[in-house]
Design a protein around this ligand. Structure first.
Ligand code: FE2
Length: 368
């Protein structure tokens, strides 16, 4: 892989960016400076140690960041039009970019400039002219810190996932004969979501990262059942009107639990989706569902996806009050609900997803 020094065409980024999945890959540095001599000099310092790309302006840097995610940005303060401060503000306002570490570069040695850089969220400040050893040392330090932060965030997210899935399974074990509903429905939600991503029908609402959070949130859809008594939850017969009224409260209560969970763990954004799913997974597309009788697109997309996955999985697995039905019967019931109980676009995605996937319709899981 060659680092790119002379040609500053940002469209060439992909030619020298290594795949992020590689183990022990070289870190990617984005150098932003309107001075080509300075760009070349920094590029020469980084050659052999880091992969890098260069931008001659803040606008060009943002274009690059929109396509790729550098591990760190070296950002000149003094640039015409959009200066380093304005560029950093844009970076910090963009959620997917906001955590990329930024080090400011400036020939201006006054303290107010340095303080302003740090105040805006830059991690460090390197004075020009740049000394190679100082640059490399600071890069190593900040890349190491950033890597620890990413690992820590990942561990926290995995821990949160396993705690929430365990809670969901504990609730499930109270009323499920076979178990596994929360994990199967999450997989089904993922399959349907991936299909919807391919069709691009919900581009404004559904991105790969949104889907990732929806899949993480899906196991918590019935968390509100914690409040339902065993007499109702384990009743082997059909619920009477009063009992069903109580059973229906699990949706709003689950949303309330997840709302307060999110308030305590604000960094866990997937809980926002979990709240929406819990609140609305029993709403119907035609407005005849519960708890609020929402209809059409007023029902959050994540809950419309969950509704299909939840009903299908409930039908093909036995419950205390009824026996399972076959995949064909359940599939046909989902198709019958197209446009009435379920969003037709999601039913279509469900149908295509099952056709294209290795989902085992006999066992309700993936074929090995
Ligand atoms: Fe439910």
């Amino acid at each position: 892989m060659n680092n790119h020094v002379a040609d500053l065409d940002v469209t060439a980024w992909g030619d020298f960016m290594a795949p992020h999945a590689q183990k022990e890959r070289m870190k990617e540095i984005l150098i932003v400076d309107d001075n080509v001599t300075s760009l070349k000099q920094i590029g020469a310092y980084l050659t052999g140690k880091y992969n890098f790309s260069m931008a001659k302006s803040g606008a060009q840097a943002l274009q690059i960041c929109a396509r790729e995610r550098p591990d760190l940005i070296l950002l000149d303060v003094e640039m015409p039009e959009m200066d380093g401060f304005a560029t950093l503000e844009k970076i910090k306002q963009t959620p997917v970019l906001s955590r990329i570490p930024v080090i400011f570069l400036s020939g201006n040695r006054d303290i107010p400039t340095e303080v302003k850089c740090l105040h805006l969220g830059a991690l460090d400040f390197i004075k020009k002219p740049i000394e190679k050893n100082i640059l490399i040392h600071r890069l190593e330090l900040h890349l190491k810190i950033s890597s620890y932060q990413i690992q820590l965030a990942d561990s926290v997210a995995r821990m949160a996932d396993s705690i929430s899935t365990t809670i969901a399974e504990m609730i499930e074990w109270r009323d499920e004969n076979t178990g596994g509903h929360v994990l199967r429905t999450s997989k089904l939600v993922e399959l349907i979501g991936r299909e919807l991503l391919l069709t691009g029908q919900f581009d404004s609402e559904l991105s790969p990262s949104a889907l990732e959070m929806i899949v993480r949130a899906a196991p918590l859809h019935d968390i509100g059942k914690i409040s339902i008594s065993d007499t109702i939850l384990l009743k082997p017969d059909k619920l009477n009107d009063e009992e069903f009224k109580i059973m229906k409260t699990h949706a709003a209560l689950g949303a309330e639990i997840l709302r307060s969970m999110h308030a305590r763990m604000l960094t866990q954004s997937y809980l926002m989706y979990a709240e929406k799913i819990a609140a609305s997974h029993h709403e119907r597309y035609d407005g005849n569902g519960y708890p609020y009788g929402l209809s059409g697109d007023d029902i959050p997309l994540c809950a419309r996806i969950m509704a299909v996955a939840d009903v299908y999985d409930a039908l093909v697995n036995s419950r205390i009050y009824r026996k399972s039905i076959s995949h064909d019967e359940a599939f046909s019931m989902i198709m019958d609900g197209r446009g009435t109980q379920f969003d037709p676009r999601i039913v279509d995605a469900f149908e295509t997803a099952l056709l294209n996937s290795r989902w085992n319709t006999q066992k309700g899981g993936f074929m090995s």
